[in-house]
Write a protein that binds this ligand. Structure first.
Ligand code: UT7
Length: 333
């Protein structure tokens, strides 16, 4: 079969409110110097009260739809990735669907945290190549700022994360010109669930919501930063190598690598591990922090719109995060 999945439109949206490291210095025991040195982050965006990740997804979707030159009514399937949905259930997919005025189009929710965009891309790619759908909207968005611990206890996490959304339109390419998704590679290791998680609420507990969980701060995300860091630096290069091998390509064939923006030191270590010049690595964490599932589509959109990524380029995406889950995708742009 000669059909490939091509990204025909892309967009992103971040809420207008910018929170700098200096702003965070005012509320907790941290410093601009520490945050920059340890993560490369200078500022991030936070939503105003009442704005959820489905709204950020909607805004990104509108931009991607316009970029693809299609109408919302042309979309025949939606995939929504997030770890910070508007509601415990239902997921964001149906909320985006209703916001776009799409009556009965199917909406699938993906929960794979920082790897969510690549996992969702992989699902969309299978549907398009199988001929099941012709215009899939994939949104990946997060609102982290509403549930971070801004006391000194939570400073290792709260300085890292930001809010934002990205979206792509996936369509079949049957022209035989080779453009599109070459392959996706998905991995996980559930032994490390508690290395990066939000433990509560849990449906294992009766009652699910307890005062004691609030007192113990179980409703905040917790991370074993060092372990996550170490595994991220190892797993992302492995995932990229798996994709190169699968496609019979070498590291030199990659025009741009877009790693999930978790920490600029991780992105640089991944580049070093793969022996890819750092100029070929798209890095924007400085301005957004870690936007989890949204980080790759935001970085991709910026690099496409500013002309760095051009038609014919080979793009490698890779992500690592909570689960652990990790992944890579290869796209001939
Ligand atoms: O999205 C996917 C998942 N996320 C990641 O991939 C993130 C992975 N981990 C990391 O990026 C890094 O581990 C961090 C940025 C979270 C931490 O960097 P680190 O170099 O591993 O620092 P550390 O945890 O060893 O902390 C060093 C010190 C500690 O103080 P002591 O014990 O040495 O006195 C921390 O208490 O820095 C302290 N610290 C802070 N100081 C100022 C932790 N957070 C902060 C803070 N401001 N915000």
């Amino acid at each position: 079969m000669n059909r490939r999945t091509v990204i025909t439109g892309i967009g992103h949206f971040t809420p207008p409110r910018v929170v700098t490291n200096f702003d965070l210095e005012k509320v907790m025991d941290t410093s601009d110097e520490w945050i920059r040195q340890r993560s490369g982050i200078v500022e991030r965006h936070h939503v105003d009260p009442g704005v959820g990740s489905a709204e950020l997804a909607y805004e990104a979707a509108v931009r991607a739809i316009s970029d693809a030159g299609i109408e919302p009514g042309d979309i025949d399937f939606i995939i929504a990735a997030t770890l910070s949905p508007d509601h415990y259930f239902p997921g964001n997919g149906v909320i985006v669907q209703a916001r776009l005025g799409l009556e009965t189009v199917g909406a699938l929710d993906v929960r794979n945290q920082c790897s969510g965009f690549i996992y969702a891309l992989s699902v969309g790619d299978q549907y398009i190549r199988a001929g099941a759908y012709k215009k899939i909207l994939l949104v990946a968005s997060e609102v982290q700022s509403t549930n971070l611990d801004y006391s000194d206890d939570g400073r290792d996490m709260s300085v890292l994360f930001g809010d934002g959304g990205g979206a792509v339109i996936l369509e079949p390419n049957e022209s035989g010109d080779g453009r599109g998704i070459l392959s996706t590679h998905l991995f996980s290791d559930g032994r490390f669930v508690s290395d990066l998680w939000m433990e509560k609420p849990s449906c294992k507990d009766k009652p699910t919501f307890r005062e004691s969980f609030i007192a113990e701060k179980k409703f905040f995300a917790h991370m074993d930063g060092k372990n996550v860091f170490k595994n991220a630096c190892q797993r992302m290069p492995e995932a990229v190598m798996a994709g190169l091998e699968h496609n019979g390509l070498s590291v030199d064939d990659i025009d741009f690598l877009i790693p999930h923006q978790a920490n600029d030191r991780i992105s640089q270590m991944v580049a070093r591990g793969l022996k890819i010049p750092v100029e070929k690595v798209i890095r924007n964490i400085e301005r957004y922090g870690n936007t989890t599932s949204a980080s790759i589509p935001i970085a991709l959109d910026e690099a496409v719109k500013d002309g760095r990524i051009r038609r014919g380029h080979l793009i490698a995406l890779t992500a690592f995060g909570s689960g652990y889950t990790w992944a890579s995708a290869f796209i001939r742009w």
